[in-house]
Design a binder for this molecule. Sequence first.
Ligand SMILES: [Zn+2]
Ligand SMILES: [Zn+2]
Length: 257
Amino acid sequence: MAETITHIVLFKYRPDISWTDFESHFETFMALRTKCLHPSTNKPYMLSLRAGKNRSWEPFSKGMTHGFVLEFANQDDLDYYLTADAVHLAFSKAAAPLIEDSVVVDIRDGILFGPPAKRPGLGSGEYSGACHCGEMAWMARLEKAEHVLCHCGTCRRLGGGPYSCNQIVPREDLKITRGEPRVYIYKGASGKDVRCYFCGTCTSHIYHHQDAMPDKVIVRTLLLEGGDKMPATGEIFAEGRLGWVKELQESLVNGVK
Ligand SMILES: [Zn+2]
Ligand SMILES: [Zn+2]
C-alpha cells in the first residue's frame, strides 16, 4: 500500500458558531466517507475517515480544535477529492464560514524525502458560466483550467477590480446557452475595435472579441464554474500591476501548474 496517502486536516472553528451549525457540519463531513463517489467506479473511494476533538494537554495545538484523518488509495484519488468531487466541493464551500484557521498535511507512510505532489490542473474540459443575475449562461472549453491575469487600465475600469482573469480561446469554444448579451465597442491597444459582451441586466462581463484576433475570444475565466479553484499561471500588461497586488508575484513565480 505504498501508494496510500493520508490527508491530515486540523481545523480551528470560529468560537461564535452555533451548536446546530457545528453538528450538521460535522455530520456532513463524516458522510463524505460514503457520499464521495469515484467518477469511474461510482463507489466510495475514501479508504477511511477518522475525526475528533483535540484532547492534547500539551500546549502545542496552535489553537486547532479538531482533527480529521482521511486515507486515499493514491494521489489521483486525493486530487479528485480536492479539485473535482462535487460532493466534497459543496461541503467545503458551506464549511468555509465556520473555520477560522486550518492546517493540512499529506503524508505517504514511511516516505521521508522527496518533492511535494504536483498540483493538479483541473484538466481540459467544458466549463459552464453564468452571470450574476442568471439571465445569461454559457459554456467555454478550456485546454487548461487556469487564469491569465490582465492588469490593463481597461480591465480595471470595466471590472472595477485590480485585474481581470481571462483566457483566449478559439471562437467556437465559447457558446452562449441562455440569454443574449449586450455589446460595448471600444478601441483596443491595437487601434482596432474590441467588443465587450456583457449581461444587459446585471453587467457581468462574459467575453471580449477583438478585430485584431477575429478567430479568438477572450473569456472571463473567473465566471466559469470552478473558476475560484483554478490557479493563476500568467499575466499580461504586468507593468500595470498595482503595487499592493503582491501575493500574485509569489504564486506566479512558484509556477503552479
Ligand atoms: Zn446577468
Ligand atoms: Zn485587460
